[in-house]
Write a protein that binds this ligand. Sequence first.
Ligand code: GDP
Ligand code: MN
Length: 369
Amino acid sequence: KGSHKLSSNSYLPNDFPFRDRSQKGQENATMVMLVRNRELKGALQSMRSLEDRFNRNYRYPWVFLNDKPFDTDFIEQTTLMASGQTYYELIPSEDWEPPSFIDKDIMEEKLLKAHQDGVIYGGSWSYRNMCHFNSGYFYKQKRLLNYDWYFRVEPDVKYMCDFQYDPFTLLRENNKIYGFVLAIHDYENTMPSLWPTVENFMRDHKDLIHPNNSIEFITSNETSLNYNFELPESNTSYNLCHFWSNFEIGSLNFFRSEAYETYFNYLDKAGGFFYERWGDAPVHSIGLNLLADKDSIHHFEDIGYFHVPYLACPTSIDVLASKRCVCKTKDLENHDPETPHDIQPFSCLSRWWRYGSGKRFLNEIDYTF
Ligand code: GDP
Ligand code: MN
């Protein structure tokens, strides 16, 4: 009695008796992590950080998604780290691999070319599957159909401050559908034909564009600089701004809406997820900026977050103190910037403050529940 030893060929069931995993948070929400078995260490680090800073007080479940079956170690270790229930889901191959209308030979040529051209992750087949999945399939996975809200988590990230409130509740009570922390410029060479495709979509589906959209956040008349401080090559008017999607707290129902589905299918048919390397971050962002009310998108300025190479931290000293943030250390994989991200040139935050829902101050949001 009392010594529950882990055996090498079985894993802990969720009702393992030594911990009460019943949910305390009030929302129909889940953490979700797309991850590979070999990323176990990074997954545990992210989980530990988010559990300590937020979830152990709420015990929302964790849904793990993978294109390969999770192995015993992965299941066992992550179940031990989670405060709530854990679920391990195998992604159906038709949700992961390129659709049938993609020509695999052309795709191989494009991969080689992108690799030679130095496109980031340009030569990786699986990265394209991943971006395509995150753009159009994660929210349709069977397990996620049970939930209204998701919190996307990646391996090897850190949450730098206590949350002190339930971000799902904050979004719901303030009529928000999506929350982000970082907004940056993407690489133009990953998606030369994305914006022309989006322009066609807007022309063909005028009725789906929200009257209070935030298209000005992602388009510029002024000359915009990309991350390398070079002019974009094409004469696109997309300024490459997007919400950094490795952190997302949002409504699954937005992504499951007819508007987003029509938008995603339109992009998918154009082939750029596989013939180019369209990222899920610009695809999510553009979808949100066109199809959603800009006032339903929330910048979490009080959440501290690190994913290499960027750090987001609150600026208010009161917030830093009360949330016990760790923001000024220099040990974050040697990437810890001293300058707050929002005033760096590659940030799109100031653009969001101007053309999105404006710079909100903490007291404008209803934090009382
Ligand atoms: P980066 O953040 O753009 O550098 O890309 P990551 O390597 O962090 O990948 C983004 C997310 O997708 C992470 O959660 C990864 O664990 C996950 N991911 C990437 N490729 C694969 C894959 O082939 N299989 C699975 N299961 N997950 C993947
Ligand atoms: Mn990542």
